[in-house]
Design a protein around this ligand. Structure first.
Ligand code: GCU
Length: 690
């Protein structure tokens, strides 16, 4: 391209960079021509589909599109068949999803070819960790979009309805079809008459977009709010109580989805309190929901304080129960065996429970990955999990295939994401955190998508600058692609590994400072009397001989929860992937790594590399200033500066702390620490964040 043309283009683009508050998410494009839509049916969902096509059409002017609903065995659930002039589906919702796919293709410059798109999972659900008092767990993007505090807490305003409708539309556009409206540490308020009325109002708005409403309940509700002496799942009074509650809910919300339950976990009561099993507990609720078609998502996030290895606990509690759950129970399993760490191996329950429906749970909200301050794109983390080989039914038994019904005849399939949505204008706090919401939906729909493809789509939809009447795809010039899309995508794709490097490389895990809401480093944190498996030294096990948690056959034998040949591969120091080394092995400081360096030096270089990566992200971002509106540019730039400072803190804290055990110098070609360890230790719970 000639220099004058480039200058003209840049001026043109920057003039059109209107301030963006991020509220429109990835749904910013408007139609560039007229389309005539004919449709064989008539419903609120189809009305939305038609309106979306007309308002977002960027294909040929005066084109015709036919929406056809007819039974086709090749189409699964709410899947659809797309062709240039037609969208066909078995359901109205399938048509709506087809419309969003068609528009996405137009907006990202992909051809509309003949293709059948079926979702990988039947239930694609967001879990909101929102309390009826309006607080959200860790409050990353401010308060809840569903609940309000104060005198008018339960009034349903027009502003509420608009926000819920925008939320539902965003979800539908990426295939999400369910929402749990309250946190798993469930408050009894949610089942009260007044709150159920609010749930009903929310459900009415979400319904036409195909987003079903679910609630989290506490297993002990019968004794907490029901006036019963027990919550024993086999007690006839308890059974009756739950049936009555469920009946009441369905009388208000006929298409209610069901419950999620966190039981016998982190102080929550559960069937164990009555000498019963998780299966007996889950089945109680499953039976109550069964007549209405509801499901139970029963979480496997459990760990007893007595076991020697917390990473083994969920498997120990749940494997013996395989086959004992009703067919409307799905066991919801976090991606890794501990708790949403920057990197974990996949949970050994995936593929191991063969007679039970099992669904993965991801955390979209970056509880352990720098909250809304750090730019971390989570697609590579989830892709890594979904594509992990379990070997449960021979090669090709990936976590994705073990959970999506390809291998086991699960009655229900599902995938859950802990939402990162709040009332912040841009929904998620950090502009790039929208990409994680987007990714969850896209992967839930198609668990074989690559991170690269998702990032590509999201950047195009979120950052293209579209003057009215101009198709977004025509603006993906070589200049925009080379100077914006390529570097920003590279930054996103590297960002998770960067976070692993500066926080917890080589298999380190859970070395956060706990009072610091899982944000900054705290490998030293172990107050007197604290439950051991809540303290970082339990996880890193550093001593003068080495570091790492021994889960080999001579250690806690955690490796044996995995299928062969993986179990042996993980067990052997030589074949265990180095990215998980300290998860499975206690390794001496002078052990020779594949790079030829000692373990100690390798740890140091990883921390240094992580810091450098964030430095490089800053350079990338500063160079794209011309292509981003000022508002979003500044938010990202400011947060990235803080991310860099945090990365330095992580490196300085961890290297100086572990150096006390390794007794070796930090290699001299690495930047020297700038913070004193004692300063970081004293300030660990109040130093970080913007
Ligand atoms: C993490 C998180 C808790 C949460 C829990 C859960 O431990 O820190 O706040 O309640 O996960 O998944 O239930």
């Amino acid at each position: 391209m000639k220099p004058v043309v480039i200058i003209f283009l840049l001026v043109f683009i920057s003039l059109s960079l209107q301030a963006q508050d991020g509220h429109e998410l990835w749904l910013r494009n408007k139609s560039t021509g007229h389309v005539t839509v004919t449709c064989s049916g008539n419903s609120p969902t189809l009305a939305i589909a038609i309106k979306e096509l007309q308002q977002g059409w960027q294909g040929k002017d005066n084109a015709k599109v036919v929406l056809t609903i007819k039974d086709d065995k090749a189409i699964k659930y709410d899947g659809f068949k797309l062709s240039p002039g037609e969208i066909q589906a078995n359901t109205d919702l399938g048509i709506l999803y087809g419309v969003y796919e068609l528009l996405r293709r137009q907006q990202t410059g992909r051809p509309v070819e003949e293709i059948i798109c079926n979702p990988s999972y039947e239930v694609r659900i967001l879990n909101h960790w929102d309390d009826p008092d309006s607080s959200t767990m860790r409050g990353f993007a401010s308060r809840s979009i569903f609940w309000r505090k104060g005198k008018n807490a339960l009034a349903v305003t027009d502003a509420d309805k608009t926000l819920w409708q925008e939320y539902a539309r965003a979800n539908a556009s990426i295939g999400i079809n369910g929402a749990v409206l309250n946190i798993v540490n469930a408050s009894p308020l949610v089942l009260s008459e007044a709150y159920l009325e609010r749930v009903k109002a929310i459900a009415a708005i979400l319904r036409p977009y195909g987003v079903k409403t679910y609630l989290a309940v506490n297993f002990a509700f019968p004794s907490i709010i029901g006036g019963l002496k027990t919550s024993d799942p086999l007690d006839p009074g308890v059974i009756k109580w739950w049936s009555a509650r469920v009946k009441e809910i369905y009388s208000k919300i006929p298409d209610f989805g069901g419950f999620i339950v966190k039981a016998n976990s982190e102080g929550m009561q559960g069937p164990h309190d009555y000498g019963r099993t998780h299966a007996q507990g889950a089945n109680l609720l499953a039976d109550a929901l069964k007549p209405y078609g509801g499901i139970i998502m029963w979480r496997a996030f459990v760990y007893s304080p007595t076991d020697k290895d917390r990473a083994k606990q969920a498997y120990l509690e749940f494997m013996p129960l395989d086959g004992q759950f009703r067919d409307n129970v799905i066991i919801q399993v976090k991606n890794g065996p501990i708790d949403f760490q920057p990197r974990e191996p996949f949970s050994p329950l995936f593929g191991a429970m063969k007679k039970t429906s099992v669904m993965p749970e991801f955390e979209i909200m970056k509880e352990y990955l720098g909250g809304t301050v750090h730019l971390v794109f989570l697609a590579p983390m989830w892709e890594e999990c979904l594509k992990s080989e379990t070997y449960q039914e021979g090669p090709g038994s990936t976590v994705g295939r073990c959970t999506d019904g390809s291998i086991f005849p699960q009655k229900h399939t599902g995938i859950a994401g802990v939402a990162n949505v709040g009332v912040d204008t841009n929904w998620c706090g950090h502009p790039f955190d929208q990409a994680n919401w987007y990714t969850f939906g896209r992967l839930a729909w198609d668990n074989t998508l690559t991170s690269e493809k998702i990032a590509d789509e999201w950047i195009k939809l979120t950052f293209s600058q579209v003057p009215a009447g101009q198709a977004a795809s025509t603006l993906y010039t070589t200049d925009w692609t080379e100077k914006f899309l390529v570097p920003v995508k590279k930054m996103m794709l590297e960002s998770r590994e960067a976070a692993v490097n500066y926080m917890m490389p080589l298999g380190f895990h859970h070395i956060f400072s706990m009072p610091n809401t899982h944000y900054g480093p705290g490998p030293w944190w172990a107050p007197e009397g604290m439950r051991k498996d809540w303290t970082p030294p339990y996880y890193h096990q550093a001593d003068i001989n080495g570091v790492g948690f021994d889960r080999t056959r001579s250690g806690t034998d955690g490796v044996s929860q995995y299928h062969e040949p993986l179990a042996s591969q993980l067990n052997d120091l030589m074949t265990c992937p180095e990215i998980l080394l300290l998860w499975f092995h206690h390794v001496s400081w002078d052990y020779t790594m594949k790079s030829g360096r000692t373990l100690w030096d390798e740890i140091c270089y990883h921390y240094a590399a992580g810091v450098q990566q964030v430095r490089d992200f800053q350079k990338i971002w500063d160079q794209v200033e011309l292509y981003v509106d000022k508002n979003r540019f500044t938010i990202v730039q400011t947060r990235m500066r803080e991310q860099y400072r945090n990365a330095v803190i992580w490196k300085d804290a961890c290297l100086q702390y572990f150096q006390q055990f390794s007794r070796r110098p930090i290699p001299y070609d690495i930047e020297r620490p700038v913070y004193n360890l004692d300063y970081l230790m004293k300030n660990s719970d109040r130093y970080y964040g913007l």
